[in-house]
Write a protein that binds this ligand. Structure first.
Ligand code: ADP
Ligand code: MG
Length: 258
C-alpha cells in the first residue's frame, strides 16, 4: 500500500504550551488509523493543524504527494481531506440538506454562489452523503430537530459530500449509547470499504479495537506508542498513562470533588 498521508516532525505551540511535539507518523492508503490519548494530549490540535484551522509551528504535513502545512482549510479540503468535530456543529436554523450542501461546497471548485444556487454535482454529492448516513428521510428537517446521533451522522454526511480521500473523525462515538455506537462504527467501516482512508481520534478502546488496523498513543503531545491496537494496549507506558488517569479519577471521586 502507498503512503497517502504523513506528518514529519510536526510541532504546534500555543504560546508557551507545546500541544503537539515532534510528531512523525504516516497513514497508508485504505487503512483505518486511530489516535488515542488522555484529555489534553493534543489530538484535536493535531486535526486542527492537518486541516489548516491552526497552522503548524514547524514540521511538514504531506498528503497525496504534496506538502499542505501552509495551505488554507478550503484548499486542503479541495485536495481531499475532510473532518468532523468532537462536538456536533451544524447550522441549526437550516435544513439537513442545506447543511450538507453548504458544508460540501468547501470541497469543490466553482460551486457558484451558494446564496442563489448549487451545482447539480453538489446536490448529487449531498444526497449521496445523506443516503450513506441514513439521513435522506430527514433532509427537510431543521438540524436543530435532530438527535445527537443524527447530528453526528449529519457531520459525517457533510464531510462525505466533499468527496474526501482522507476522512478525519474526532471522537465519532463520544456521547452515543451502545447501539448508536455500533451503528456509527459500522458506518465508519462502510466509508472505509467505499475507498476512503480514515484517521480516527477515539479514546474508547473497544471502538478502536473494533475498527482500527493501527493505533498511535499521544501523551502530552508526544507519540509514546504505535502499532496494532492489541500490541499497543499491552505497552507498559500506555498502561501507565491510562491507569494513571483512572487512578486520578478514583482519587478525586473519593475526595468528593471533580
Ligand atoms: N486554540 C487553543 N489555544 C490555546 N491552547 C489550546 C488551544 N486548543 C487546544 N489548546 C491546548 O492544547 C492542549 C491540547 O488540547 P487538545 O488538542 O484539545 O487535546 P485533546 O483533543 O487530546 O483532548 C491542551 O492543553 C489545550 O488546553
Ligand atoms: Mg479533543
Amino acid at each position: 500500500m502507498a503512503t497517502l498521508f504523513e506528518c514529519q516532525n510536526v510541532n504546534k505551540a500555543y504560546g508557551g504550551l507545546s500541544a503537539v511535539k515532534d510528531l512523525t507518523f504516516f497513514v497508508e492508503e485504505g487503512e483505518i488509523y486511530a489516535i488515542a490519548g488522555p484529555n489534553g494530549a493534543g489530538k484535536t490540535t493535531l486535526f486542527d493543524t492537518i486541516t489548516g484551522v491552526s497552522p503548524v509551528t514547524s514540521g511538514v504535513i504531506r498528503f497525496d504527494g504534496q506538502e499542505i502545512q501552509r495551505r488554507r482549510p478550503d484548499s486542503i479540503c479541495r485536495l481531499g481531506i475532510a473532518r468532523t468535530f468532537q462536538t456536533t456543529v451544524a447550522f441549526d436554523t437550516q435544513t439537513v440538506l442545506t447543511n450538507v450542501l453548504v458544508g460540501g461546497m468547501l470541497g469543490r471548485e466553482g460551486t457558484g454562489n451558494p446564496s442563489t444556487s448549487f451545482s447539480e454535482a453538489a446536490i448529487e454529492a449531498a444526497l449521496d452523503g445523506l443516503e450513506f448516513c441514513d439521513l435522506l428521510h430527514k433532509q427537510g428537517q431543521l438540524a436543530s430537530q435532530l438527535t445527537v446521533s443524527e447530528r453526528k451522522r449529519l457531520m459525517l454526511a457533510t464531510a462525505l459530500a466533499t468527496q474526501p480521500k482522507l476522512l478525519l473523525l474526532d471522537e465519532p462515538v463520544g456521547g452515543l449509547n451502545r447501539t448508536e455506537r455500533e451503528d456509527m462504527l459500522s458506518l465508519v467501516r462502510k466509508v472505509n470499504q467505499a475507498g476512503v482512508t480514515v484517521l480516527l481520534i477515539e479514546h474508547i478502546m473497544k471502538a478502536v479495537q473494533a475498527v482500527a488496523g493501527r493505533l498511535l498513543i499521544l501523551h502530552h503531545g508526544e507519540k509514546i506508542a504505535e502499532g496494532p491496537p492489541s500490541q499497543v494496549l499491552r505497552d507498559e507506558r500506555v498502561i501507565e498513562v491510562y491507569l494513571g488517569g483512572k487512578h486520578r479519577e478514583r482519587q478525586s471521586a473519593s475526595d468528593g470533588g471533580g
